[in-house]
Design a protein around this ligand. Structure first.
Ligand code: GLU
Length: 476
């Protein structure tokens, strides 16, 4: 075996068959942080060998999500479908070395093999009929059957590794089949088309060629790792270290899946979460640094050395994510949030050109919001009329307060248009009509903002242009 390269190199290898899943985003984060912590390199590889399910749209979504999260890579995206010749060359090399062989079994033959094994009460497996061995006769070459290439898995011994997350794992080689590593080209593929490798083979050739030293991935792959280690060894390649992270469970305790709520990074971007909050939250789902709950990506890079990864599945907790997001929202600049709120409003068809007003509004509302969507819910009233409900009108805009509202409207025509000037006008109207603030303020809020509760009404009114407030008060 060659000596392990000294530079830390990690990778994330999503399959472009959908959006970037939260679980993949989390292992991308661990891989990225580990590389950055060690001054190493992080590679993005697109595993697009599932030609039926892979789409360009999905590739774009993945790239966009990586960019949004700020997970920058030093190499890539590298596409497996552009490396077919390399997989074929390695397969040929293995056939020549006797660590792989061609198998001409037809699907019908394999079905029959499994059928007979089941009938005998055996676990189904490939019986090795095409595996060469000294003195062993192979079946006659059938006509018109395109062979697959199988890996000649060692028949004896065990595969063992010390998993960065799960600790020592050992699997007996007798439990492992001779895996198909290369399939023939599809019947309708044009002349000269190359067959596609299977995941376990392509992943090893790539991790080897890309000098990957550490592999973090979901533990759904743990059963694949023994094959991969055996193939690495057959190639004489240096083994990376593996860390298999437990699944993320939904808040119902079942595996997080599309059917049970949002599972893509994109969905959270659209729902008004900040990338630094997503990174913070995802990091904590399966890793800890003392009692730290709120931290930046830079702090994580400083702390993340591959230890303290959790062995038990983490549970997705929307309330905690909202809490983490609220924290990062407060720390974000009003100008940045104004741009994000503007994008949210644009999604609703609300054009909010006045960024200055948005930034002022954000300063006023951000303490009570967990997401940019909630901020946009507040800020929308600055750009579109918010018709009050009949119930709010009846409750708050009563005949008792209407004269004071009319008086205030007149005062506001000439008041200095800032918080203090508006406060003075409100005070004058209250005095003139012998009312108290709790009688007038809800009525004002309902008419101008479409809701009976807001932060301090003088500050809220100051966010609007004067004409807009007057126009919303004109029918009292
Ligand atoms: N394409 C595989 C996946 O998305 C990659 C697994 C790995 O990291 O080896 O699950």
């Amino acid at each position: 075996m060659t000596a392990a390269p000294s530079k830390v190199r990690t990778r994330i290898a999503p399959s472009p068959t959908g959006f970037l899943h939260l679980g993949t985003a989390r292992t991308a984060l661990y891989s990225w942080a580990y590389a950055r912590h060690h001054g190493g390199e992080f590679v993005l590889r697109i595993e697009d060998t599932d030609v039926v399910r892979s789409t360009e749209d999905s590739v774009q979504q993945i790239l966009q999500s990586m960019q949004w999260l700020g997970l920058d890579y030093d190499e890539g995206p590298i596409y497996q479908m552009q490396r077919l010749q390399r997989y074929h060359a390695v397969a040929e090399q293995m056939i020549a070395a006797g660590t792989a062989y061609r198998c001409y079994c037809t699907p019908a033959e394999l079905d029959e093999m499994r059928e007979q094994q089941r009938a005998r009460g055996e676990k189904t497996h490939y019986d090795g009929r095409w595996r060469p061995a000294p003195g062993k006769p192979l079946p006659p070459l059938p006509e018109g059957v395109q062979p697959v290439v199988r890996f000649a898995n060692p028949a004896q011994g065990a595969v063992a590794w010390d998993d960065l997350v799960k600790g020592p794992i050992s699997i007996n080689n007798q439990e492992i089949d001779d895996l198909i590593i290369l399939r023939p080209p599809a019947d309708d593929a044009g002349p000269g088309a190359l067959g596609v490798p299977t995941y376990n083979f392509a992943v090893v050739v790539d991790d080897w060629d890309m000098a990957i030293t550490h592999v973090f991935r979901g533990d759904e792959h743990i059963n694949n790792t023994p094959w991969q280690i055996n193939i690495f060894c057959a190639l004489g390649a240096a083994l990376p270290q593996f860390g298999h992270c437990p699944v993320i469970l939904g808040d119902d305790g079942l595996k997080l899946s599309k059917r049970r709520g949002a599972v893509s990074v994109t969905a959270y971007e659209e729902s008004g979460y900040l990338p630094e909050a997503m990174l913070n939250y995802l990091a904590r789902l399966g890793w800890s640094h003392g009692d730290e709950e709120l931290f930046s990506a830079q702090q994580m890079v400083q702390w993340f050395d591959g230890s303290h990864l959790s062995r038990s599945p983490a549970q997705w907790d929307p309330a905690k994510l909202a809490w983490v997001n609220a924290h990062h929202l407060k720390a974000a600049s009003d100008e940045r949030l104004a741009l994000l709120a503007q994008q949210q409003l644009a999604r609703r068809g609300v054009s909010a050109a006045a960024l200055g007003a948005l930034a002022q509004g954000i300063a006023l509302f951000k303490d009570r919001c967990a997401t940019v969507v909630e901020l946009a819910d507040w800020l929308q009233m600055l750009f579109v009329p918010m018709p009050p409900s009949a119930e709010d009108l009846a409750t708050h805009v009563t005949d008792a307060v209407k004269p004071a509202l009319r008086g205030l409207r007149d005062q506001l025509t000439t008041a200095t248009w800032d918080k203090a000037g508006i406060a003075a006008a409100i005070k004058a109207s209250l005095t003139a009509h012998q009312l108290k603030m709790p009688q007038l303020a809800p009525a004002l809020r309902v008419l101008v903002c479409g809701r009976a509760q807001t932060p301090s009404i003088d500050a809220v009114l100051a966010l609007f242009p004067r004409e807009e407030v007057l126009s919303r008060l004109q029918h009292v």
